[in-house]
Design a binder for this molecule. Structure first.
Ligand code: F6R
Length: 612
């Protein structure tokens, strides 16, 4: 369990705990801080049981304290439980339980679950003994414990991924999900349950992805799946396609740097097998849509969160420019409540690296509820969003462990460019333009590898600029989302205030920030807007602002205008956002290092946000 928790550390947490059934009772150990603290505490406890549950907590209800850490034990000591998610009606449940004599030791919403299961367990009649000569009933049919969990969940509003034990039922473990991911690993002589494949992939590659509303009941002789309304479910055992080494740090000092340098490979993987034989367009087998379906689409709606939302903005530019179909982009967290009127023939897309972000999942469900076909661009195979969408495109970028998304983002941009090409070729793009486009895309892995050679120059710049506390990132059209992404990366891992703006908007307000203390990072385009961006740079220079320019090799910047210039390779227009991203990733990484920040465990952040 400790190994599993260590492998989940990257997701962000503030406390950790574990409970083991042994000697007829529960040994529960928990502590604020790192898993290493927990390991130290646990080593003094002589843990000998073979059934246990463990958890890392990212605080929602109640501060970061030992008492609020999971596992939580019911006040009668009969139930112990770990929980991801949020129980929305916990106040009403708590009031009810207080009248029944249950007490509470924490400020969490989770503790009500432990007590409510204990309440139902106490009420559940013992199974009648089998008649003489009759075989014993199926464990499930007679499991008071499973029934108590099921009855509890019928009263719960909110989201959960739970694993539950009872010292009175030592041979059983019950887990269930609604809105929070849960995966069963089927190992050799063991079963493992986790919220993320990376926690169990060192023990088994065979996994069952639970669906919302499903419970798994694990006993010494195997497992069964069922739904909350008592239907049996036949398990589908999937194979995880990556190995434990893919998720390990290797020679690299940080996951973030490892993943930045994995980008050429991730980009290659996103394209593999996805170009037509005539080399003029892309193919996507997983969309489950015919060219005729595409002909009637009059709008795409893209939603996502955070970095994925920036990828949506790039998709908007590329699809509108090349395929000439309107695209609307919305934050998933806003879309789900906005009740937006949608065109009749809109096609809905969500982008999610993890495939588990609850806001994005909710947006997908809302669009499906309204009857729209929904596609997903996801990295994690088998994730909830991937499974609930009507079709989609897997990124194949490999596991992304760094909290700050890097290789998943550039792979989303490449898929967006390929998708724009795919739709454009069904509309007005000619064969020869298509061939040029494909050639441009195929060069991306090599050009990304060349761009990575900027790392030493960026490290040097970062050391000199790490003293500043404000940054602006400026770009236009499809480089504006890269400005947003650069600012987000810097904020996330170095805690420096940074803002991304369309370069020309800067003079309508943010220019007031410009001084010798607030550098601007410019993403310089080629073509018709080059001169306009140079004018914006002049406006900054005139106000003594420092400028870091990220510009294609072939553009000529006025002498002395930029204080630092990072040259990226010339490329097809559709892939410039990808190459322009790499320097901003490296810049934030090295600035964070220079400021002594913990790059892989940025404060307050979680890798995949499965609460609203
Ligand atoms: C930023 C970052 C987050 C995620 C966002 C969505 O570096 O990683 O902003 O992009 O939480 O996550 P996914 O893509 O997993 O849905």
């Amino acid at each position: 369990m400790l190994e599993g928790l260590k492998r989940l550390e990257y997701r962000g947490y503030d406390s950790a705990g574990l409970a083991v059934l042994q000697d007829g009772g529960v040994t529960n150990v928990k502590s604020v801080g790192r898993v290493a603290n927990l390991a130290k505490l646990a080593s003094g406890k002589n843990l000998t049981g073979t059934t246990g549950i463990s958890h890392t907590r990212w605080a929602t209800h109640g501060g970061v304290t030992d008492a609020n850490a999971h596992p939580h034990v019911s006040s009668d000591g009969q139930v112990v439980l770990v929980h991801n998610g949020v129980i929305e009606n916990y106040v009403a449940i708590k009031k009810f339980l207080l009248t029944k004599g249950y007490t509470f030791a924490s400020e969490t919403d989770t503790e009500v679950l432990a007590n409510l299961i204990a309440y139902h367990l106490a009420k559940e009649p013992a199974a009648p003994a089998p008649a003489p000569g009759a075989s014993a009933p199926m464990a499930d049919a007679s499991s008071r414990f499973l029934t108590a969990v099921r009855k509890t969940l019928l009263h719960v509003e909110g989201t959960y991924g739970i694993a539950v034990l009872s010292p009175a039922h030592p041979g059983e473990l019950v887990a269930a999900r609604k809105g929070s991911p849960l995966i069963l690993g089927v190992g050799e002589n063991e079963h493992l349950i986790a919220s993320d494949v990376s926690a169990l992939v060192s023990r088994t590659q065979n996994v069952v992805y639970l669906k919302d509303g499903e419970l798994v009941h694990v006993t010494g002789s195997g497992f069964t799946l069922s739904t909350l309304d008592l239907a049996d479910v036949s398990p589908v055992i999937d194979q995880v396609t990556w190995s434990v080494e893919d998720a390990e740090l290797g020679e690299h000092p940080h996951y973030m740097l490892k993943e930045i340098f994995e980008q050429p490979q991730a980009l290659e993987n996103a394209m593999r097998g996805r170009f037509s034989a005539d080399g003029s367009t892309a193919n996507f087998g997983g969309l489950n849509l015919t060219p005729a379906d595409f002909r009637i689409i009059d709008r795409f709606v893209f939603t996502s969160c955070g970095t994925g939302w920036h990828a949506c903005l790039v998709a908007e530019h590329l699809i509108e420019r090349y395929a000439r179909i309107p695209v609307e982009v919305d934050y998933a967290s806003e879309f789900r409540y906005r009740n937006a009127p949608l065109d009749r023939d809109a096609l809905f897309f969500v982008i999610s690296q993890s495939g588990e972000t609850i806001d994005t999942l909710a947006a997908l469900r809302e669009a499906k509820r309204k009857g729209y076909k929904c596609m997903a661009i996801c990295n994690v195979v088998g994730s909830t969003i991937a499974r609930e969408s009507d079709g989609g495109i897997y990124q194949h970028a490999g596991p992304e462990i760094g909290v700050a998304s890097t290789k998943a983002f550039t792979s989303q941009l490449l898929i967006a460019a390929m998708f724009a090409l795919y739709v454009a070729r069904m509309r007005d793009m000619s064969f020869s333009e298509g061939v040029e486009f494909v050639k441009g895309l195929k060069q991306v892995p090599d050009l990304a590898a060349r761009t990575l050679k900027l790392a030493p120059q960026i490290e040097d710049i970062a050391k000199r600029y790490s003293k500043f506390n404000d940054f602006l990132f400026l770009g236009r059209l499809d480089l504006f989302p890269i400005a947003l992404e650069g600012a987000l990366k810097l904020k996330e891992i170095s805690y420096i205030h940074a803002e991304g703006y369309p370069a020309a908007e800067m003079k309508h307000g943010p220019i007031a920030l410009i001084s010798e203390e607030c550098p601007s990072v410019f993403l310089v385009p080629k073509g018709e807007l080059f001169n306009k961006v140079v004018s914006s740079m002049q406006e900054i220079k005139a106000r003594k602002g420092l400028i870091i320019a990220i510009a294609p090799e072939s553009v000529e910047l006025p002498e002395g205008l930029a204080d630092e210039t990072l040259r990226i390779p010339d490329c097809h227009d559709a892939v410039l956002p990808i190459l322009a991203t790499i320097p901003v990733q490296l810049l934030s990484y090295h600035i964070a290092l220079a400021r002594g920040c913990d790059v892989d465990k940025p404060r307050n952040l979680a890798k995949s946000v499965t609460v609203e």
